[in-house]
Design a protein around this ligand. Structure first.
Ligand code: WTA
Length: 656
């Protein structure tokens, strides 16, 4: 895998190398290069996971490794007591690593901070003491609405310190989305920032929070961390506001960690489902910490003394929870955290940051890689990326072209790539190469992590053997699996456990190749994956119908060069409203306002009718065929096949 002086085209590379064996020098230093760990873990998964749990700091040891007798409600490390913040902080400081950098933080405008493990511990204890002063108790819910600043990680860990259940809402979500989440969990406290920098502009977050909490009587206080020092937000102060600095700075930097049961809730994180209402995915403490600790250690081959690890996700998503906060911090590695956009001020910002901090491990999303490819090879080429030794991707299937580009233009032809498949619900990485063992194939997440069992099933739940496609299921419990949906057990059982009884169904389809490697193809339900983020078609449809001009709406995800998929809306107008470009624009904006910018449809098309089955179900598959200009598929179940002709001619007219 050496880079030659004459760069080869991606097509040539794909033809020449269909398989990429890990380089010998990588294997020689890898945390594991022993392929028998798969068999060992399979032979006794409980023992395998317990061997990882033993590496954590327990206040009281567990009495039983796992209990699946009340399936699908798992319990792991029963009777054990621990505190997640101790694993992330106190242990490293006690071992003499207090001076190690926890985060190199880079603000979008170029301001930078370096925060050691000792400073993180002090900050977390102060923040935890502030939470106590605000009368937050064990089990209370705290909603966090903050940008990528170290104080977000601090607030997360401060909640865990006292046993409060935290819930991070991505700071790009609208006030309505924030309100829904606060209401669902009945949060007593909201911690937010006044604003943040994004593409050279200060975004006002406090106004969003003010709007959201108007309808949230459970919220007693809003603690505000000032990013803009008073210049960001024009939002008026409310009688619930408290200033972060004012209440945190005066606290003691000592705070005894709460003794948490292994099964005490750690956090709730909302993700989109097939209905309009997001699901509050619940994770608990002991199993989650074990899973993210083990996967971070092996998948990223962490060397805590020397690595500088950068995961470009936002803490508002599961990737940030597991692979920016808990996994890397539990391992005690040094990380980079960046506030802003990848192309601000220029398209080489990420590579400038990699060179500045000597990043060794880089974890990002395929959608970002496709954008880097589009922006041009010259941007990474002008920076010294020789410190990189391992690359990762997550969030959506990666197309082989992007994989090979990543290997050569970012990884200098020498870095192994780990394509990691997992979900908010799985808590940690489930299907992935191990970089010192697996010979990878571009586009395939390869095999389940040791101890994890995945199968492919057909429509009737029969196992699909050999090189074939099917529904992906996980048929063995694992420590970091979700424990439920907050306040909705029925939906938990119905969504994940009813399609194939006794097996966890993630909602993805996959195929197996001749080598036995898995290729996760994408969602098989009404969820789309836009730039690696999950969006529900129903949620966007409800937002469109919320507009006064709309009588009915159908939303589909169409293939998109950069985003993977993009939402497109088909809309029937109420009488009295005229189709126009301005109205289409208005509708797109309306969705952005109601849900958040990422849900804004790429296009909105007007139609007098929608293709429906005789029972009234919208046939989204046919709309997708229209939008992608394909031959229209099977229409035999349509109530009125004529509807499609009208749609297609309307579509072709508008698209030119
Ligand atoms: C998709 C993100 C293919 C998949 C960690 C899954 C992937 C959903 C991959 C979860 C991958 C994630 N290859 N598809 N490597 N990683 N997905 O909850 O459809 O935001 O169900 O978790 O993203 O998205 P979520």
């Amino acid at each position: 895998m050496s880079s030659s002086s004459e760069p080869k085209t991606i097509d040539t590379l794909l033809r020449e190398h269909r398989h990429f064996a890990p380089p010998q020098d990588f294997v020689a230093q890898a945390n594991t290069s022993d392929p028998t760990i798969y068999e060992q873990a399979d032979a006794n998964p409980e023992t395998w996971w317990a061997s990882w749990a033993e590496k954590l700091e327990w206040m009281k040891p567990w009495e039983q490794i796992s209990d699946w007798s009340n399936a699908p409600y798992a319990k792991w490390f029963l009777g054990g007591k621990l505190n997640a913040s101790v694993q992330c902080l106190d242990g490293h400081v006690a071992a003499g690593h207090g001076a190690r950098v926890a985060y190199y933080w880079e603000g979008e405008p170029g301001d930078a901070r370096t925060i050691t493990y000792q400073e993180m511990l002090d900050g977390v204890c102060r923040t935890a003491n502030a939470l106590k002063e605000l009368n937050i108790q064990k089990g209370d819910r705290v909603t966090l609405y903050m940008p990528m600043v170290p104080e977000l990680a601090m607030a997360v860990l401060a909640c865990t310190r006292i046993g409060a259940i935290f819930s991070v809402v991505f700071a790009g979500f609208s006030s309505t989305s924030l309100k829904d989440r606060i209401q669902d969990q009945e949060a007593r406290l909201v911690i937010c920032a006044d604003g943040c920098w994004r593409r050279g502009k200060l975004l006002d977050l406090k106004t969003v929070v003010n709007e959201a909490i108007e309808a949230c009587p459970s919220v007693e206080k809003v603690m505000i961390w000032q990013r803009g020092k008073g210049i960001t937000s024009s939002a008026p102060a409310t009688d619930r506001d408290v200033d972060w600095d004012e209440v945190v700075d005066r606290q003691s930097s000592q705070c005894a960690p709460a003794e948490q049961d292994a099964e005490d809730p750690l956090f709730i994180l909302y993700t989109s489902g097939t209905t309009g209402k997001p699901k509050g995915i619940l994770h608990t403490t002991g199993g989650y910490m074990t899973g993210v600790y083990a996967t971070t250690n092996l998948v990223f081959d962490l060397k805590t003394e020397t690595d500088v690890y950068w995961c470009t996700a936002d803490i508002g998503w599961i990737t940030g929870h597991s692979y920016i906060v808990f996994g890397p911090m539990a391992n005690g590695v040094t990380q980079v955290m960046y506030e802003g956009a990848p192309n601000h001020p220029g398209p080489d910002r990420f590579w400038e940051i990699c060179a500045k901090y000597g990043v060794t491990i880089f974890y990002t999303a395929p959608t970002a890689i496709r954008a880097f490819m589009k922006w041009g090879d010259e941007h990474p080429a002008t920076h010294d990326l020789s410190s990189l030794r391992l690359l990762g991707t997550v969030g959506e299937p990666i197309n082989p072209e992007a994989w090979v580009w990543y290997l050569h233009h970012i990884g200098g032809g020498r870095c192994p790539i780990v394509d990691t498949w997992w979900q908010t619900e799985t808590g940690g990485i489930m299907i992935t190469p191990l970089p010192g063992i697996t010979t990878t194939v571009p586009g395939s997440a390869t095999t389940p992590f040791p101890g994890i069992s995945a199968k492919l099933l057909d429509e009737d739940g029969n196992e699909v053997e050999g090189a074939n496609g099917g529904y992906l299921v996980l048929d063995r419990p694992w420590p970091h699996m979700l424990r439920g949906i907050w306040g909705d057990n029925e939906r938990f059982e119905e969504t994940y456990w009813s399609r194939f009884p006794g097996k966890y169904f993630p909602g993805d389809g996959a195929k197996r190749d001749e080598k036995g490697f898995l290729w996760v193809l994408g969602r098989v339900d009404d969820v789309m994956n836009v730039s690696g983020h999950r969006l529900s078609t129903m949620e966007i449809e409800s937002a469109l119908v919320d507009h006064e001009a709309v009588a009915e709406a159908a939303v589909i995800g169409v293939n998109h060069e950069l985003k993977g998929q993009a939402p497109v809306g088909f809309v029937i107008l109420r009488s009295g409203f005229e189709a126009s470009d301005a109205l289409a624009d208005d509708l797109r904006k309306h969705v952005g306002t109601l849900i958040g910018g990422l849900a804004r449809p790429e296009a909105v098309h007007f139609t007098p009718e929608l293709p429906k089955t005789r029972s009234g179900k919208i046939m989204r598959r046919l709309l997708r065929d229209v939008a992608e200009g394909k031959t229209i598929g099977d229409t035999t179940t349509l109530a009125d096949p004529g509807v499609l002709d009208g749609l297609r001619s309307e579509y072709e007219q508008r698209e030119g």
